[in-house]
Write a protein that binds this ligand. Sequence first.
Ligand SMILES: CCC(=O)Nc1cccc(Nc2nc(Nc3ccc(OCCOC)cc3)ncc2F)c1
Length: 281
Amino acid sequence: DRPAPATAGLSHDKWEIDPSELVLMEELGSGQFGVVRRAKWRGYMDTAVKMMKEGTMSEDDFIEEAKVMTKLQHANLVQLYGVCSKHRPIYIVTEYMRHGSLLNYLRRHEANLTCNIGLLLDMCIQVCKGMAYLEKHNYIHRDLAARNCLVGSENIVKVADFGLARYVLDDQYTSSGGTKFPIKWAAPEVLNYTRFSSKSDVWAYGVLMWEIFSCGKMPYGRLKNTEVVERVQRGIILEKPKACVKEIYDIMCNCWAQSPEERPSFRALKEELHIVSQGLI
Ligand SMILES: CCC(=O)Nc1cccc(Nc2nc(Nc3ccc(OCCOC)cc3)ncc2F)c1
């Protein structure tokens, strides 16, 4: 089939996409970073274009990193096709996922998901495969959560926005004291020393598993960030979701070991989840 934009782009820098080849369509969402719209590339390829509001990201550093990110290719990663960096705002052009964020998908389909433990586990396994690929390439996500995963056709789930957190300028997002910092997905060493690693991604993955088996509930309910930090530091962990069997909850709990070394790698998690999924049949 036809090549993805990045490889087929006419410009010499293959991560640079010519904006004249994009036809912008409906808005998919917006946030502090700007607006995301669906776009057709060269009239046939569905893409998602994130139009970065000026001042929200350190753009030159990101454009440099985009060269690396376009090389990260896996069935469970939302593919970065390239960037349009010759104008402002810059565009980040990625693969389009037709069902939107995993968080909204879980909330919208709660009814027929709670009874389908096999499908929930399959979503966990797909995210784990994408994360095992990043781990193998020594690439840390830094903001893994259901809101940053996307759903395509046939319940395909992919990890999005890996590594992007490094380029956010709003320090309410980046510093663990900030009001927008994702405290509820942060490992103790991230809360205390902002020490990110693939093992802090594993902690966040445990919370993501909890989100999946809770069909999109907010972890720790309406507890304030300070109360969550206090609990996490005292080793109090999230309770078992109703729709979750003990074997699966045990795997989540392994992801919440206080010391990063005690947490399993994504590679090990993939094996454990596969064994549990075999046992379910
Ligand atoms: C962190 C905030 C952030 O990025 N937010 C954010 C918002 C919107 C879209 C994206 N990104 C992508 N979206 C899609 N598909 C998509 C499809 C439907 C949809 O339905 C919205 C209305 O539902 C009734 C939303 C998204 N494919 C690739 C993306 F990359 C990221």
